[in-house]
Design a protein around this ligand. Structure first.
Ligand code: HEC
Ligand code: HEC
Ligand code: HEC
Length: 376
């Protein structure tokens, strides 16, 4: 019985301070691990946390050795004062930030003090062996040299992707074929367009400038526009009909290059839109104050929690994403990246999304269309 209490006490104390007097993550956990709060764990490895560790930024296991409390406070509240090019979000202010999903700083003064308290207790010496091993193992272990967007899938997802009998992509393309041939009050898609194979080059010529609509349209917009010609219009860009037909048309285009740069020839509007897309791609947004390029060019191969950042070649759309429990378009994925940096996501089909898609496809124009793919 006495031993029982002793063990209980050890476990209890271990929760609060470990043997060397460090504050453990569990106490400040929500502040440092919650997505809507500090979310430090999305970018940094934290001592005492097991499993996949983020490698976007240096491990914080020795933050207390490297920096004084004042310096740590500066790092957390506004690291731009330490390094103007920093990729570390400012948690104590939203000054100078664009497109934020709220004007309030992510953490208030009291919360910042609590985080600094924890950071300054983290010293390198008392690290447990397991954490030290993870710090050594985590960087780069999952970088692959393969250029394909698939290279960032884990082995089991790749296996699922390649096994047409196990994954449900085929259900979506089958639904696409049904919709392609479906009798409607007007003509069916196939009555105007013939066999789906004729759509082989369709994907690579989108997004394109519509002189009629005076805006960029992508393949999903085209499907929606055409559904009005069938006499049975689909209900919006993210309806199952549009997604299934997009999956079918992307399958038909497998192996064709993602974007034909020839489309830009003497098309001034398209060039203008491309420049706008490039500008947004390189603009820091949201309360995390990060641009697309900061992750998809500068941090390729690094971990954000369990995700590995890819170059973002938009070759595998639409994606069957496990966490969505369904298939989604490039719009939905880009909007998720907006939310990820705590920026106000643009609505589906808005010009900003088309401009970004155009720029990303231009940037990857030598990549080949892979067709609908599995994602984590
Ligand atoms: C979006 C990713 C991201 C998030 C989220 C993030 N950081 Fe950082 N942090 C960085 C990067 C990148 C650096 C590297 C320095 C730089 O870019 O200037 C950094 C540097 C630091 C440093 C200096 C580390 C050193 O070794 O010199 C500290 C301390 C720090 N961050 C603390 C935090 C804390 C505490 C949180 C959560 C409240 C947090 N960070 C959240 C990206 C992030
Ligand atoms: C009444 C005839 C008609 C019907 C029905 C029709 N389309 Fe179209 N479609 C067109 C025309 C005309 C174009 C040329 C672009 C434009 O004018 O919008 C086109 C263009 C397209 C393109 C771009 C092809 C390329 O190579 O650039 C796609 C993709 C497409 N349609 C898909 C569909 C789908 C999916 C359906 C069924 C929901 C459908 N269409 C129904 C007439 C039709
Ligand atoms: C904080 C880092 C970060 C920022 C900033 C970011 N993304 Fe992402 N993005 C990710 C992660 C993580 C994934 C999922 C893993 C992957 O596919 O790269 C992802 C995935 C994607 C994908 C899907 C790639 C695929 O094949 O599934 C696209 C497209 C994309 N991002 C576009 C953007 C755009 C456009 C922006 C700017 C508005 C942006 N991202 C900003 C981290 C980021």
């Amino acid at each position: 019985m006495r031993y029982f209490f002793l063990i209980l006490m050890v476990i209890f104390l271990g929760e609060i301070k470990n043997a060397k007097g460090e504050t453990t993550v569990s106490e400040t956990q929500p502040l440092m691990t919650d997505k809507s709060l500090g979310n430090c764990i999305a970018c940094h490895a934290l001592p005492g946390v097991n499993g996949t560790q983020s490698t976007f930024a240096p491990s914080l296991h020795d933050a207390g050795d490297k920096w004084t409390r004042e310096e740590l406070k500066q790092w957390v509240s506004d690291a731009r004062k330490i390094n103007p090019h920093t990729l570390m979000p400012a948690f104590g202010t939203t000054k100078g930030m664009q497109w934020v999903n709220s004007n309030a700083p992510i953490l208030n003064l009291e919360q910042i003090e609590a985080v600094v308290e924890t950071l300054s207790s983290w010293r390198s010496l008392p690290l447990t062996a397991s954490v030290r091993m993870q710090d050594e193992l985590s960087p780069l272990t999952s970088i692959s040299q393969k250029p394909s967007t698939h290279s960032f899938l884990t082995d089991d997802l790749l296996e699922l992707q390649n096994d047409v009998n196990k994954n449900t992509i085929i259900l979506w393309t089958a639904q696409g074929i049904d919709n392609w041939n479906k009798a409607t009050p007007g003509k069916s898609c196939s009555e105007c367009h013939g066999h789906i194979d004729k759509m082989r080059n369709a994907t690579s010529s989108y997004p394109r400038w519509s002189s009629f609509k005076r805006k960029l349209i992508n393949i999903e917009d085209q499907i929606l526009i055409c559904s009005e010609r069938t006499g049975a219009p689909f209900k919006g860009l993210e309806s199952d009909e549009v997604i299934s037909l997009s999956a079918l048309i992307h399958s038909a285009g497998k192996g064709v290059s993602l974007f034909s740069r020839a489309n830009l020839k003497s098309n001034e509007e398209l060039k203008n839109e491309l420049l706008k897309g490039e500008k947004i791609y390189k603009t820091r947004i949201g309360r995390m104050n990060l641009a697309c390029t900061n992750c998809h060019d500068q941090k390729v191969g690094q971990h954000i929690r369990e995700e590995v950042i890819s170059e973002g070649h938009p070759a595998g759309f639409p994606i069957l994403k496990m966490s969505w429990q369904g298939m989604g378009t490039i719009d939905r994925r880009i909007r998720a990246c907006f939310s990820g940096v705590q920026a106000q996501p643009p609505s589906a089909g808005s010009p900003v999304l088309r401009q970004l898609e155009l720029f990303m496809k231009f940037r990857s124009s030598n990549t080949l269309i892979e067709g609908p793919s599995i994602r984590r």
